[in-house]
Design a protein around this ligand. Sequence first.
Ligand code: NDP
Ligand code: OXD
Length: 306
Amino acid sequence: MRITVSLTDNRPEPWIKALRDALPDAQVEVWAPGAPQADHAVVWAPPQQLLDEQQGLAGIFNIGAGVDALLKLRLPPKAKLVRIDDGGMAVQMAEFVCHALIRHFRELDVYQEAARDGEWTYRRPRLRDEFAVGIMGMGVLGQRVASAVQQFEFPVNGWSRTPKAVDGVRGFAGAEQLGDFLAASRVLVCLLPLTPDTRGILNKTTLSQLQTGGYLINVARGGHLVEEDLIPLLDAGHLAGATLDVFQTEPLPSEHPFWRHPRITVTPHGSARTLREETVAQIAGKIRAMARGEPVAGVVDAARGY
Ligand code: NDP
Ligand code: OXD
């Protein structure tokens, strides 16, 4: 079996070594134009030329969860596109979202500011019942975040495309229940895939439907947020703040107003990083399962967009 590897932004050597260790019978090589036909490709943001040349691929394994960039390319007709499901990202996402939520809820920025001035000052306790957390996207990551947030006893709402019954989560589904979901939520966490249906879903109209003093945590894709709508909602006081890990243009340009807005926290698309060991183990397991003719999890439905 031959595996070709193309990982923009990642040094390929450690990945090649890890894949060879996990699949000792496979020939694993870095892709270059004109490379021999492979059975599977392991990719992150591959060039179109790879996909055009490797028409016989049975599997294209994305080393991340989101496949929006890959679905913009022309894929070989028979290839299954497989994403990473969890692979060590879910716990990272849970800790990142809980940190942003608790930092906001417990007003830790206010304390930090006061501490800088040597002020010993208390804030009145806030009621967690008034900070319902709405999670858009109740998939692998969204459900892990929901369970972590529940540990801190915040009310949790979940919104998905199809109805879901998740213990302790008030479920909403489909476009027709989006308004009710937003109206029931104060802290909004976006964990949707970026698809034609979800692009621009965080906008003036939807964010205005959050409860007053709303807080946005976008850890999915920059394309979900209509960026120019955010600062007016913050300045008008409807939103209290935002933690943004993803942006329409990445890296976020140095002149972008989000860097300097006092109530926006910017992180560099690192809320949940791909972990090589877990990712390679998952991909190798799926390649072995496919060779045995077994179904694998995480196969992308291109028509659905995720
Ligand atoms: P999943 O595919 O497991 O879950 C997607 C969820 O979104 C599902 O619950 C799905 O509904 C829901 N959904 C999809 N389309 C719609 C829609 N039109 N309306 C309502 N709900 C919808 O994905 P993951 O949880 O693994 O990952 C989610 C996203 O997180 C990734 O696509 C990626 O963009 C982002 N991500 C960001 C990272 C970062 O570092 N910032 C790291 C990793 C991922 P249903 O359950 O009905 O199918
Ligand atoms: C992913 C990401 O989709 O890191 O995995 O954004």
